[in-house]
Write a protein that binds this ligand. Structure first.
Ligand SMILES: C[S@@+](CC[C@H](N)C(=O)[O-])C[C@H]1O[C@@H](n2cnc3c(N)ncnc32)[C@H](O)[C@@H]1O
Length: 234
């Protein structure tokens, strides 16, 4: 197993899926709410024909990413709001990782995904339950505070728990076909594995893959806090 991402089993799985689906041939992928785009650093080296467009409203994160990818024309990072259309029908895949819980208008976000994809294109939309299950009271307090801030037009820190069934319904209402739901990131292992060896990381990711094939997403929900909805634009 090629390791693309060391600290997040959901991102590693998504990147592995893109590789399995499109191989090394040229593909165009849109990363919505990309942050600094760091997740692409190994992937674009082993997939030199790929083109990645990343968008995020956080100008500081985008600037940090631009310095990391300076001289790498494959990665194009832009400061944009993913609740508005980005480009029409030019992408083979759209991804959004640790993202949906931070999006205020999820139907508008899904419309951006729909508009950006070519027919037959696929989307990996991921969200995390960590902020809402945390035992740290400051993190829990930030949830209602961040929601109240949107009244004043401040969306940057926004977070709201994503209900699996509701988000799935919103995706279907946009016209998507749900092709998979996966749970990742065994809660106690996520921080524990920081700095681990390649062998240890492979054991972790292998265990998550095996659990994903043995249990349903509902059964894994309490131990794996990261959800990825895989959608196809028919
Ligand atoms: C937890 S970070 C995840 C960043 C990145 N996807 C990753 O996995 O490293 C959530 C990101 O969502 C971005 N975000 C939230 N709403 C957004 C929107 N409407 N348009 C673009 N980016 C957005 C935030 O600025 C933030 O960078």
């Amino acid at each position: 197993m090629m390791i693309y991402e060391r600290g997040n089993a959901a991102k590693q799985w998504m990147l592995g899926e893109l590789d399995r689906r499109f191989g090394r041939a040229n593909a165009r992928v849109l990363d919505l709410a990309c942050g600094n785009g760091h997740k692409w650093s190994s992937f674009v080296v082993s997939h030199p024909e790929w083109c990645v467009v990343g968008v995020d409203t956080d100008a500081v994160a985008v600037e940090r990413g631009r310095s990391e990818f300076q001289g790498v024309p494959q990665v194009d990072l832009r400061v944009l709001d993913a609740q508005r259309p980005v480009e029409e029908g030019t992408f083979d895949a759209v991804v959004a990782m640790s993202a949906i819980e931070h999006v205020v208008d999820r139907p508008a976000f899904l419309k951006t995904v729909w508009t950006a994809l070519k027919p037959g294109g696929v989307a990996y939309l991921n969200y995390d339950a960590g902020h809402f299950r945390s035992s740290d009271w400051k993190e829990r307090l930030m949830v209602p505070v961040s929601q109240a801030l949107t009244v004043f037009g401040i969306e940057g820190p926004y977070m709201k728990r994503v209900d699996d069934a509701e988000f799935r319904r919103q995706a279907e209402a946009q016209g998507f076909r749900v092709i998979a739901v996966r749970k990742h990131n065994l809660h106690p292992l996520k921080g524990f594995m920081r700095g681990a060896s390649d062998d240890a990381i492979r054991v972790w990711y292998g265990l998550e893959d095996r659990m994903g094939s043995l249990f349903t997403p509902e059964q894994l929900d309490n131990v794996m806090w990261s959800t990825t909805l895989v959608l196809e634009k028919p």
